[in-house]
Design a protein around this ligand. Sequence first.
Ligand SMILES: NC(=O)c1ccc[n+]([C@@H]2O[C@H](COP(=O)([O-])OP(=O)(O)OC[C@H]3O[C@@H](n4cnc5c(N)ncnc54)[C@H](O)[C@@H]3O)[C@@H](O)[C@H]2O)c1
Length: 430
Amino acid sequence: MNNVTRRDFVKAAAVSSAALSSFNILGAQTASGIHTSKIKVGLIGCGGRGGGALRNFHEAAGLLGIEVEVVALADAFQDRVEKVASGYKLDTSKVHYGFDAYHKVANSDAEVVLMATPPAFRPVHFEACVKAGKHCFIEKPVAVDPVGARKVIAVGELAKSKGLTVVAGTQRRHRQSYLEMAAKVAAGAIGDIVGGSISWNMGTLWKATRTPGMSNADFLTRNWLNFTEMSGDHIVEQHVHQLDVTNWLMGRMPKAFIGYGGCARREVAGGNQFDFFSVDMDYGDGIHIHSQCRQIAGCYNRVGESFRGTKGFINGVKVSGKEVKIDPIIVAHTSGIIQEHVDLLKSVRGKGEPMNRSREVADATLCAIAGRMAAYTGKLIRWVDVSENVKSPYYNFTLSPAALDFENGEVEMPNELPAVPGEAKDWKEY
Ligand SMILES: NC(=O)c1ccc[n+]([C@@H]2O[C@H](COP(=O)([O-])OP(=O)(O)OC[C@H]3O[C@@H](n4cnc5c(N)ncnc54)[C@H](O)[C@@H]3O)[C@@H](O)[C@H]2O)c1
């Protein structure tokens, strides 16, 4: 990192959230320049999380005394968008469906757009919204391949230059307990981190079956959670949360990834993902973090992070080490998924530099993609080869079909077998 120590970095990240969180809610309405007028919001991706994010946005606005008007909804499918629309009694002119429907939200009079489609679409949707001058909430993960993740970084920079707020669904960055833990680490409670283990181990999730007459585009989109091209695989789709926490606390990105995984139990018909990953992340200076994730029923489950430091250790948000003094972390809500919208609204309506979380979530997504690549190929993947080295095939790697293929109606089914490490033929781009 350029002239910035790890502790400065972690501290800055903790403080920027805390500073926004520490506005007095009632005082903020006048003294901090937060206006309590109505805010117009749009949503792209009206599924479980999209509908949830819209409710969380309302709840956060309610805590700040801001009235919400939903002005545009979009989903690939009519049934999905109408389900969410029915909860808000919306005029049909505000309800859009189809793979190009996101343009209607980007070009609506929404001040803020929430995005919660499968991650394959995020870079393109995010770009359209930022170009149209919208403040954005982008669900994690934000891409499925290195080219997509770097596009999000570039669009995030564009948002910065336009003074737009970008908040991501990496909710731990907004949760009081995590902010307090990170502030203690920054204050030296456990010394320097020298190793760790992070995991998202759980049972299987849902699967959609292909019905007669269903197009490739509709099948892949309804069954997105089981195709790497749509979700990034579960190391990206779920485990990104732990990778984000790790990079946050480490204050830097890993240098290299070596891993393995496979498809031990999952029925592959209707999907091509692994059901377990085990990845060694080398952060340099002899520091290794073990990343593991599994979606297999009937096994030991654990979702969390633990780190060993030179003066103590962390298990989840519990810090065992030196007593340190930290500034109080004041939040409007202890739930990260509500507080992230409080922080978003304060940033949109507050004074000072807008919050912009695009880089952190894109870096965590790219980390997860690099881990997946290591496991799929069996090769060593260097961070530099996905982030900077334009000559590397990993840098230029894109999955297909991609977002624009859906919009253009040209969707070919991807390979429906999981990758075989050591064999290039199924993943020849590697
Ligand atoms: N932060 C969190 O805790 C959290 C929790 C759950 C999900 N998520 C993330 O939220 C996102 C959505 O997950 P979900 O569980 O809501 O899935 P979901 O399947 O319930 O919803 C996705 C919705 O997006 C729609 N969609 C798909 N492609 C689209 C397109 N091109 N344009 C418009 N709409 C499109 C689908 O039809 C569906 O309604 C994923 O990125 C997921 O990882 C985050």
